[in-house]
Design a protein around this ligand. Structure first.
Ligand code: AR6
Length: 171
């Protein structure tokens, strides 16, 4: 438990002013669609430069699912982007622990950087196919239970359905 405040915003995560913006990345760290595409587009080439350095050093094989790593935030209104790799949703295999790990590890990295405010997207609920209600449940439960020095977690939800799913869990 911690004294962390959870807030919900409907909007575009690349417009947030927070210490950290979390990216729903893929293992390559070299960009993609959705949140990842928007972050690299709005943040500019410095973020990709940092990602390439990570691939050339400690993450030669890519960032494993459930892990998180920080880079510059480039031109975004944040100090750092924390990249995390959500699991692809599967009906055959329960990957909930990996999704929870994304939130936990991102908060751990943010805390180590001294960040007080962190903006999260609804990880895995887009291209990776995770059902929104379950994604929201895992996100809110995991953040609530986290031991962290981060003071505010802001979930930035792209549409009304996502906002409603998170609102139902935060109440
Ligand atoms: N701001 C906030 N939320 C957004 C934005 C935005 N600008 N854009 C989309 N969303 P996704 P994933 C919502 O697909 O499922 C990439 O190609 C979206 O509606 O960005 O983890 C990566 O490189 C959804 O609810 O991430 C990976 O290959 C949520 O953010 C893969 O997609 C997450 O959708 C990761 O897939």
């Amino acid at each position: 438990m911690s004294s962390l405040t959870i807030t919900l915003v409907r909007g575009d995560i690349t417009e947030q002013h927070t210490d950290v913006i979390v990216n729903a990345a893929n293992s390559s760290l070299l960009g993609g669609g959705g949140v990842d595409g928007a972050i690299h587009r709005r943040g500019g080439p410095e973020i990709l430069e940092d990602c390439r350095k990570l691939r050339a050093s400690q993450f030669g094989r890519g960032l494993p699912t459930g892990k998180a790593v920080a880079t510059t935030a480039g031109k975004l209104h944040a100090q750092w982007v924390v990249h995390t790799v959500g699991p692809v949703f599967s009906r055959e295999e329960d990957r909930s622990q990996l999704l929870a790990s994304c939130y936990r590890e991102s908060l751990r990295v943010a805390g180590e950087l001294g960040a007080r405010t962190v903006a999260f997207p609804a990880i895995s609920t887009g291209i990776y196919g995770w059902p929104m209600d379950d994604g929201a449940r895992i996100a809110v439960e995991t953040v609530r239970d986290a031991q962290t020095s981060v003071e505010e977690v802001r979930f930035v939800l792209f549409d009304e359905q996502a906002y409603a799913a998170f609102a139902a869990r935060v109440r």
